[in-house]
Design a protein around this ligand. Structure first.
Ligand SMILES: Cc1ncc(COP(=O)(O)O)c(C=O)c1O
Length: 289
């Protein structure tokens, strides 16, 4: 390919974190700008649009023409920071197909969606989010060690996992025995206490309960398991978030017109009922953000 640098394709509205490499694949200009220059050769394409992806792959050229080959596509299956927006199973299947055709890796960032949050261990295991595809690489963190800093990645297939040999990647705190012990303990509690199924059931209770509150502030709900959002009738999410906080409920104004819910996986039926009672009472005349 004429030695042109390989590209990584990331999606508009995607969020992958604030360390340099991850930030380079994060879309939001306001977060990226202060840290530029970032890692080059990351190209953003419109999320959910298979034709945009097709075109981006097709830009690969030989000699003086075109860009370098696509090494990988990185994406979330539910764009969390963008407002809990699932990409859609059909689109995800098309991305997988294009990666296969072009010999590119598909990296699914499950830092927000993984470890039971969406009602399955990983979001890619949900047919209704992934269309049943298998990624090449999955990243995870957050809930894996119950609050202890810990993250990792899984590479599927021995050809790929053999590329990372001992010593080829490391940092002071990497391979941390305390982190590994915390993760093992957390994973066994999640398994023994049936918290993945709890996420699915409590999430359904939350989404259905929200629309049943009859509060006209709530237009529609979306999400899976315990990663959910409600669309608001007007852009008052910050005022709604503060009102909820004052009344004992933690929610997140993920967009001006949406609240995100990501309660702990141990949340009980009674906890969700209590949350719904607070959400029912949120005033409808809150000021816009
Ligand atoms: C999808 C996703 N990827 C990665 C991260 C990790 O971000 P950071 O490295 O800033 O903790 C997050 C954190 O919210 C996330 O939501």
């Amino acid at each position: 390919m004429g030695g042109k640098p390989a590209r990584i394709i990331a999606l508009t509205n995607g969020f992958h974190g604030r360390t340099l490499g991850a930030l380079s694949a994060t879309w939001k200009p306001a977060i990226r700008k202060p840290f530029e220059p970032l890692v080059p050769s990351i190209q953003f394409v419109r999320a959910g649009d298979p034709f945009a992806l097709y075109e981006a792959f097709a830009e690969t050229g030989v000699g003086h023409y075109g860009k370098g080959p696509v090494a990988a596509v990185i994406m979330e299956l539910i764009q969390g920071e963008a407002g809990v927006k699932p990409l859609g199973a059909d689109y995800v299947k098309q991305v997988r197909q294009m990666c296969d055709i072009h010999n590119a890796l598909l990296i699914i960032d499950e830092v927000q969606t993984g470890i039971g949050r969406t009602g399955s261990w990983f979001a890619f295991q949900r047919e209704d989010l992934s269309g049943g595809i298998t990624p090449d690489i999955v990243t995870f963190a957050k809930g894996v060690a119950g609050g202890f800093p810990m993250g990792g990645m899984i590479a599927f297939g021995s050809k790929l996992s053999a590329l990372f040999t001992p010593g080829s990647h490391g940092s002071t705190f990497a391979g941390n025995p305390l982190g590994a012990a915390a993760a093992l303990a957390t994973l066994s509690v999640i398994e023994q206490d049936g918290l993945v199924a709890n996420a699915e059931e409590r999430g359904r209770q939350l989404r259905e309960g929200l629309m049943a509150t009859g509060n006209p502030l709530y237009v529609s709900v979306r999400g899976r398991g315990l990663l959910d959002a409600v669309e608001l009738s007007h852009p008052c999410a910050h005022a709604a978030m503060n009102w909820c906080l004052e009344h004992g409920l933690i929610v997140n104004a993920v967009r001006a017109d949406a609240l995100r819910f990501a309660p702990p996986l141990i949340v009980s039926e009674q906890d969700v009922d209590d949350a719904l009672a607070i959400l029912k009472a949120v005033p409808t005349d809150l000021p816009n953000d």
